[in-house]
Design a protein around this ligand. Structure first.
Ligand SMILES: Nc1ncnc2c1ncn2[C@@H]1O[C@H](COP(=O)(O)OP(=O)(O)OP(=O)(O)O)[C@@H](O)[C@H]1O
Ligand SMILES: [Mg+2]
Length: 253
């Protein structure tokens, strides 16, 4: 039996008078792949930010491997292997593809923010880091872009790089916020091919609007609506759930 890896109990995030995330219970089993869907403004990114420590919830608790991490800072969660990508791509565009990946590995190892001023002296001489970075370049088909400044890459390649950075950090849980937004179908299929190799080897949580692409990867689907987690379960079952049909698909049975 797989154990519960990540869990929230009754978490809420309040901005002023507005509850962007409302009393959410969520759990993901180790090595499961979970998708989160919901309309714009449903609270998906805010919820992800609670999982990763960018936001602390006003109510409720967050557990990782049974440990209460509700008040743990994001850098410390990274060191535990809670690694994410962002809806708006987060990469350093004035350094090379290789150095971005090396920095990500360093960040996980040290549990600190990126020490950009140190990267040439520290990372390039550390064999463990450079070997892991080379491996990530290979897996994500970025070898040809190795020495490119990131600002010269297409958005699709930048997204692939960001996922490569997360993968290279050897995550316990891999959290992707809209990995397919703004990129071509061809680039999406490339990323799906890579993610499929990770399914059931790593725990994966993906927020995505492109449902047909998402269900190629995930086993479990969760639906958020107006800050609440209104359903979760196997994909087909969730999509046919009467509450989801009404709130998400706007179908009146
Ligand atoms: N820092 C903030 N301050 C105030 N309101 C916020 C803040 N962050 C998010 N919100 C609001 O909370 C709600 C949920 O936002 P969130 O970004 O989590 O939605 P989402 O489901 O990720 O949407 P999308 O699919 O468009 O990315 C929105 O109404 C948003 O405007
Ligand atoms: Mg979002």
């Amino acid at each position: 039996m797989s154990e519960v890896l990540f869990e929230t109990k009754g978490v809420s995030k309040i901005f002023g008078l507005f509850k962007a995330v409302h009393d959410v219970d969520f759990s993901v089993l180790e090595n499961d792949a979970v998708g989160i869907i919901g309309p714009n403004g449903a609270g998906k990114t805010t919820f992800i930010n609670i999982l990763t420590g960018e936001y602390f919830p006003e109510e409720g608790s967050v557990f990782f491997r049974g440990e209460d991490i509700t008040n743990l800072k994001s850098e410390k969660r990274v060191a535990k292997g809670i690694i994410r990508t962002f809806q708006l791509v987060h990469v350093f565009d004035s350094i090379t593809v290789f150095d971005n990946i090396a920095l990500s590995i360093y960040r996980k190892k040290e549990g600190t923010a990126f020490p950009l001023n140190l990267y040439t002296t520290v990372f390039r001489k550390n064999r463990e880091i450079t070997e892991s970075a080379e491996k990530a370049l290979e897996v994500f088909d970025l070898i040809k872009d190795r020495n490119q400044l990131v600002r010269n890459l297409s958005l699709g390649s930048q997204k692939r790089l960001e996922i490569a950075m997360a993968w290279a950090a050897d995550p316990e849980v891999f959290i992707l916020d809209e990995p397919f937004a703004g990129i071509s179908d061809h680039e999406i299929d490339d990323i799906i091919g890579i993610l499929k190799k990770l399914v059931h080897k790593k725990t994966i949580i993906i927020v995505e609007h492109k449902l047909s692409k998402l269900t190629e990867i995930v086993d479990t689907l969760c639906v958020m609506h107006e800050g609440k987690m209104i359903a979760s379960g196997p994909c087909e079952e969730t999509l046919n759930n009467p509450i989801v049909r009404k709130s998400y698909w706007k179908i009146e049975d």
